[in-house]
Design a protein around this ligand. Structure first.
Ligand code: AMP
Length: 210
């Protein structure tokens, strides 16, 4: 396994999850994603309540809960692509203390495109595969092509919660981008195009910095 340490930044719906899985597979890296980690622990009792209370409202789960998940995942990985974290400046400072990143990729996507992607997203209840009602529909409506599971809309992909998630991004996560922007390992990529095209740009970038 290579030991490349990549950070993927961008607003909700930018394609961080899709691109991170492709990078992880192509470069033999661990894909660490706080969104998925929290979804599988939604009803875990913590000193701050359950993750569900925050996630269903589009708010951030408190830092101590998320920091612990990220720290143990990073400790276990030889190389990783980290997606969905850090989401505020305190998390970025914590991350800097526990690791030394090699590459930071910021996926930049227009606001209307983000809303279209998020509200049209459907996810397989059984295997987690992503679809989109308009851009990537399944062969049979509502059924996963891969495993036959039922496709559902994530609770936090409703229009109201999407707007709140984007507001939280503007208010709390944008300062993280400002925090890293002047770093020589920071690279901005246009995420408005197709997943294949965005991935090609990422591969070109990674091959040029390795
Ligand atoms: P995502 O799948 O990355 O859009 O994350 C879904 C939800 O999980 C977010 O809206 C937050 O409620 C929570 N979450 C994910 N990552 C973090 C993080 N780094 N800090 C706090 N909450 C997070």
């Amino acid at each position: 396994m290579s030991d490349l340490q990549i950070l993927m930044l961008g607003p909700p719906g930018a394609g961080k999850g899709t691109q991170s899985s492709r990078i992880a597979e192509a470069y033999d890296l661990e894909h660490i994603t706080t969104g998925d980690a929290l979804r599988s622990r939604k009803d875990m009792q913590t000193a701050h309540g359950t993750p569900r209370e925050y996630m269903d409202a589009g708010e951030l789960v408190p830092d101590p809960v998320v920091n612990e998940i990220v720290e143990s995942a990073i400790e276990e990985a030889d190389g990783f692509v980290l997606d969905g974290y850090p989401r505020n400046k305190a998390q970025a400072e914590f991350l800097d203390e526990i690791t030394a990143l090699d590459v930071i990729i910021y996926l930049d996507v227009d606001r209307e495109e983000l809303i279209r992607r998020l509200t049209g997203r459907r996810v397989c209840e059984d295997c987690g595969e992503n679809y989109h009602v308009e851009f990537a529909p399944p062969v049979d409506q509502g059924i996963c092509d891969d495993c036959g599971g039922e496709l559902i809309q994530r609770t936090d992909d409703s229009e109201k919660t999407v707007k709140e998630r984007l507001r939280v991004f503007d208010e709390t996560t944008k300062p993280v981008i400002t925090y890293y922007r002047s770093d020589s390992i920071f690279h901005q990529i246009d995420g408005n195009t197709t997943p294949d095209n965005v991935f090609k740009h990422i591969v070109d970038l990674l091959d040029s910095v390795r």
